[in-house]
Design a protein around this ligand. Structure first.
Ligand code: AP5
Length: 218
């Protein structure tokens, strides 16, 4: 399957993509994770990206498109991929379409996580991530077994720099201004499929599974 996960910050894209990747043996390509890794490594792209990410703005298309295209043209992506956080504006949508045409791997569907703004804010302010392996938790809805410690690797759980209320509000504003136009872009191509992002994690995954079955992708 070649699927894009589209939706506002905090819609649960990363959480569902992690489960889907494991369950359906496809790669999970998260631009947010790749950019955070570049920041950690201190690369030139990472240094530039950090300035934008800390403000909740989009990182320049040239940086993001390059890392995604490099990733989806690797051998293991031929089996399928989940794009989480990309594309995020029309320009990126067009770049992706052109790149996939070149390798003859058109997108199957775009899963749109329709989510209330209040849900996004609750989820993001309570999110904690492992500073070692990047696993996601939530202080109310997805608590780790031991407070402040990652279940997967024992790393320390921290709050993301961009999960502060003011930055979250800006990320939601940027989403509305830039990413929403993509809904029309994919609706016109008849590959947009909507799901309710406000649902609880397991219930949402059941819905996704049902939809993928209907689309004959699993
Ligand atoms: P990115 O890391 O992609 O952040 P985002 O899109 O804002 O998405 P999030 O990771 O915040 O939300 P999510 O929908 O994945 O939710 P999650 O599953 O984690 O991007 C960060 C920054 O990088 C951007 O602001 C930008 O600067 C830059 N960037 C990235 N891609 C770019 C691009 N293409 N172009 C330009 N710049 C780019 O869940 C959130 C929380 O809720 C977690 O705590 C989780 O445990 C909990 N939770 C999840 N699902 C549920 C549920 N169903 N019920 C209850 N709790 C839930």
């Amino acid at each position: 399957m070649k699927v894009v996960l589209l939706g506002p910050p905090g819609a649960g894209k990363g959480t569902q993509a992690a489960v889907m990747a494991k369950e359906f043996t496809v790669i999970h390509v998260s631009t947010g994770d790749m950019l955070r890794e570049a920041v950690k490594q201190g690369t030139d792209a990472g240094k530039t990206a950090k300035e934008y990410m800390d403000r909740g703005e989009l990182v320049p298309d040239s940086i993001v498109t390059k890392i995604v295209c490099e990733r989806i043209t690797r051998k293991d992506a031929a089996n399928g991929f989940l794009l989480d956080g990309f594309p995020r504006n029309i320009n990126q949508g067009i770049e992706l379409e052109n790149e996939l045409k070149k390798i003859n791997l058109p997108l199957d569907i775009v899963l749109y996580f329709k989510t209330k703004e209040s849900t996004s804010i609750k989820r993001l302010t309570g999110r904690r991530v492992c500073n070692n392996c990047g696993s996601n938790f939530h202080i109310v809805t997805m608590k780790p077994k031991k407070e402040g410690i990652c279940d997967a690797c024992g790393g320390v759980l921290i709050q993301r720099d961009d999960d502060k209320v003011d930055t979250i509000k800006n990320r939601l504003k940027v989403y509305k201004e830039q990413t929403k136009a993509l809904l029309k872009f994919y609706k016109d191509r008849k590959i947009l499929r909507e799901i309710a992002g406000d649902m609880e994690v397991n219930a949402l995954f059941k819905e996704i599974r049902k939809l993928l079955k209907k689309e004959k992708l699993i």
